[in-house]
Write a protein that binds this ligand. Structure first.
Ligand code: HEM
Ligand SMILES: *[C@@H]1O[C@H](CO)[C@@H](O)[C@H](O)[C@H]1NC(C)=O
Ligand SMILES: *[C@@H]1O[C@H](CO)[C@@H](O)[C@H](O)[C@H]1NC(C)=O
Length: 308
């Protein structure tokens, strides 16, 4: 990392820290702190980072899996770090969390929550893929219940922009924050089953050549994978540029360009990657605060795959 980037990262983390303090009460998570584990598990962050780096050096596609896992962990209510729900289909990469957790349990048993591990792993994966580096407040607890039906809380890929704005609005996000978070689709893939409904009939928001690309992917079956943009393992702003070319993969991606309330943000991030990175990291810190459990409201799991 260049010195300039390091200095920038430090300045940003100070700035974000102040913002988190300012917004802590609003989110009811004033117990979270950047240095939460400094006394109880000082090498905790490094252990997670090493586990993530090692796994991604082996398989770069796991970066997307880790980022998506954090999103689901935040949006599925009372289902923190939950694995045994229908959404577990998307929980590729969980062995990275297990690996980090095993090492943490050796160093500082019962201290670092799975929700924090997932948040840190997503953060480290984004940086590994070339995205921004940022500090996150820690001290989340893990849920004590497993509510399988709760995956219903996730937004669907068939949602239009107004529905996405409403779904994220219910969690306290602005339309612009919803757009910037969707930018996580700069890494990873969607399977045919998530977008094939777009391929019947003529969709004026879908480029006709790109429609052929999607159809070709789907000719290999429902599980065939379509990268969201041309660089599936690189965290960049090509996702937003793809939307401008009407080459968004999911309906819920392309609708962001169609809607007047979200179009300006898409255009802005397509033009300015630095602005995308800055807004993205702030929105990710905020996402990491959604429905956070603290203190007695949760536990620290010994095994991330099941409640104690
Ligand atoms: C705006 C609403 C969103 C919808 C409707 C949505 C929906 C989806 C769908 C359907 C897939 C493909 C799943 C599959 O076919 O297997 C996907 C993948 C993904 N999503 Fe989202 N998502 C949304 C927001 C987010 C957010 C906020 C993040 C993270 C901050 C995120 C991160 C990812 C990543 C990284 C992948 C790729 C996973 C992989 O390649 O393994 N998504 N999303
Ligand atoms: C998802 O959950 C089902 C049922 O609990 C289980 O059989 C399956 O192995 C899980 N899938 C993954 C990828 O862990
Ligand atoms: C978005 O979806 C909702 C619910 O299906 C629908 O009522 C609304 O008309 C849609 N908006 C647009 C702009 O298509």
């Amino acid at each position: 990392m260049s010195l300039a980037k390091l200095v920038m990262a430090k300045l940003l983390s100070v700035f974000l820290f102040m913002e988190v303090i300012a917004s802590g009460f609003r989110f009811g998570v004033d117990g979270l702190r950047m240095d939460y584990y400094i006394m109880t598990c000082p090498f905790g962050e490094q252990i997670v980072k090493n586990a993530v780096d090692r796994a991604l050096d082996d398989d770069p596609t796991l970066a997307a899996a880790l980022v998506r896992m954090h999103f689901h962990d935040c949006f599925i209510e009372d289902n923190k770090a939950e694995k045994d729900s229908p959404g577990n289909l998307s929980l590729r990469g969980y062995e990275v969390i297990d690996d980090a957790k095993n090492q943490l349990e050796e160093q500082c048993p019962g201290v670092v929550s799975c929700a924090d591990i997932i948040a840190m792993a997503a953060r480290d994966a984004i940086f590994w893929a070339g995205g921004p580096i940022y500090d996150i407040p820690k001290g989340r607890k893990d849920g004590r219940r497993s509510k399988i039906e709760d995956t219903i809380n996730l937004p669907f890929p068939t949602f239009n922009a107004s529905e996405l704005i409403r779904a994220f609005g219910q969690r306290g996000f602005t339309a612009q924050e919803m757009v910037v978070l969707s930018g996580a689709h700069t890494i990873g893939v969607a399977r045919c089953s998530s977008f094939k409904s777009r391929l019947t009939g003529v969709d004026p928001t879908l480029d006709s050549d790109f429609a052929k690309t999607l159809s070709k992917t789907c000719s290999a079956g429902d599980n065939a994978e379509q990268p969201f943009d041309a660089t599936r393992n690189d965290f960049d702003n090509l996702y937003f540029n793809a939307l401008i070319r009407k080459a968004g993969v999911l309906f819920s991606d392309q609708t962001l360009l169609t809607n007047a309330k979200t179009r300006a943000a898409v255009n802005g991030y397509a033009m300015n990657q630095a602005m995308f990175f800055l807004d993205f990291q702030q929105a990710m810190v905020k996402m990491g605060m959604v429905d956070v459990k603290e203190g007695g409201k949760g536990e620290v799991r010994h095994n991330c795959r099941k409640i104690n």
